[in-house]
Design a binder for this molecule. Structure first.
Ligand SMILES: Nc1ncnc2c1ncn2[C@@H]1O[C@H](COP(=O)(O)OP(=O)(O)OP(=O)(O)O)[C@@H](O)[C@H]1O
Length: 363
């Protein structure tokens, strides 16, 4: 539904050049919720602004619903007719809602329909239908100032849906909201995704957003996508930074001469008693340092941090045994694990330190 190839954006101001996007290849499938996560300055806003051609990319292409937007003339407010039409089929939701304070809720939702030249009757019917869809039927005549943050964002979402878009782009839609309101807005996006078959591309700096609604995710650093895939694929990728952040387990080694492993259980492997088999087969004592079961992107996943006596060189065979059972095993570097284990929890953002995973055996 959305494909970018070699997308590059270089800003030039006062003789300085900033490369905000550096050859981004993104592939968002129809009907999925896709999250792009990254620290401040990673290029997330530039990516979303280039996808709907609010910014013209320096090079590369953007295709949405099969149409190459980069081939259409103009940008931002000076977009040509074809580009404006294509853009009306891409809904956009903003962090600070961007509602017009002098207009009622209904009139805010009608605004894109006015621009599309729809009749008054048609605009009114559509706006009321959308307000009903986002749970705000009774607020049509209110003004934005009379609404809570969550309600304002619902209006923003209703307005974004006015042109019957196939794609919704969300730029930190929940960053200005409290945790409970965030949950309700994410749930609304998820419901719209399912009910309308809407493809949602959202950018965020909060791992919890990705964890609660995304089917796929990409990690952006310095204008590049450094990891991407479905949540299931990411969790099955040894050494994946995103997977470790999506599903962290803590726990420190009890002594220097120990091997600490993060073991991820999903699919069939989750039901096998592998830890007791490992202990019996190799006659070793295994300590469980931390463990959790969670639902990530709709998948039930278990993760356990275990400690084996001896250094890694002494444990190559038991580690191989675990992998043969279909488990994903990441060897945790003892120094970095001690640094981070006590600070990581599921609500952390990517700004926080994650255990460094040794990519042994990953290739
Ligand atoms: N209009 C602009 N002119 C010059 N440089 C810009 C412009 N917009 C963004 N940049 C630079 O491009 C880089 C990427 O910025 P961008 O806003 O895309 O990142 P971001 O990941 O969305 O960050 P944040 O989460 O803080 O919004 C930054 O170094 C930023 O300073």
């Amino acid at each position: 539904m959305i494909t970018t190839t070699g997308l590059t954006k270089v800003y030039r101001s006062r003789g300085r050049e900033v490369t905000a996007l550096d050859g981004v290849d993104l592939h968002v499938r129809e009907g999925e919720v896709y999250g792009v996560i990254g620290q401040s300055g990673a290029g997330k806003s530039s990516l979303i602004r280039c996808i709907n051609l609010l910014e013209r990319p320096t090079s590369g292409t953007v295709t949405v619903a099969g149409q190459d937007l980069t081939a259409l003339a103009g940008r931002g407010p000076r977009a040509g007719r074809e580009l404006r039409q294509a853009r009306s089929r891409i809904g956009m939701v903003f962090q600070h809602f961007n509602l017009l304070s002098s207009r009622t809720v209904q009139d805010n939702v009608e605004l894109p329909l006015e621009i599309l030249g729809k009749s008054g009757k048609e605009r009114s019917r559509k706006a009321l239908e959308l307000l009903d869809l986002v749970g705000l039927a009774d607020k049509a005549k209110s003004y934005p100032a009379q609404l809570s943050g969550g309600q304002k964002q619902r209006v923003g979402i209703a307005r974004a849906l006015a042109g019957d878009p196939k794609v919704l782009l969300s730029d930190e839609a929940t960053s200005a909201l409290d945790p409970e309101t965030t949950r309700s807005i994410l749930q609304l996006l998820r419901d719209l995704n399912r009910q309308l078959g809407l493809t949602v591309l959202l950018i965020t700096h909060e791992m919890d957003v990705v964890k609660s609604i995304c089917d796929s995710a990409a990690l952006m650093e310095r204008g590049r996508i450094v990891e991407s895939g479905t949540v299931g694929e990411l969790l099955a990728t040894p050494g994946s930074e995103l997977a470790a952040a999506l599903f962290p387990v803590g726990g420190e080694a009890s002594a220097d001469d120990r091997t600490v492993l993060d073991v991820t259980f999903h699919g069939e492997a989750a039901t096998q008693p592998v830890i007791s088999q490992l202990s019996r087969t190799y006659n070793i004592d295994i300590s469980i340092l931390g463990a959790a079961i969670d639902t990530v992107g709709g998948l039930q996943i278990g993760r356990m941090r275990i400690e084996l006596p001896g250094r890694y060189e002494d444990n190559v065979v038991p580690v191989g045994f675990l992998r043969e059972q279909g488990l994903q095993v990441d060897v945790v570097d003892p120094v970095d694990a001690a640094d981070s284990a006590s600070t990581v929890d599921a609500g952390d953002t990517v700004d926080d330190k994650q255990p460094a995973l040794v990519k042994e055996g990953a290739e």
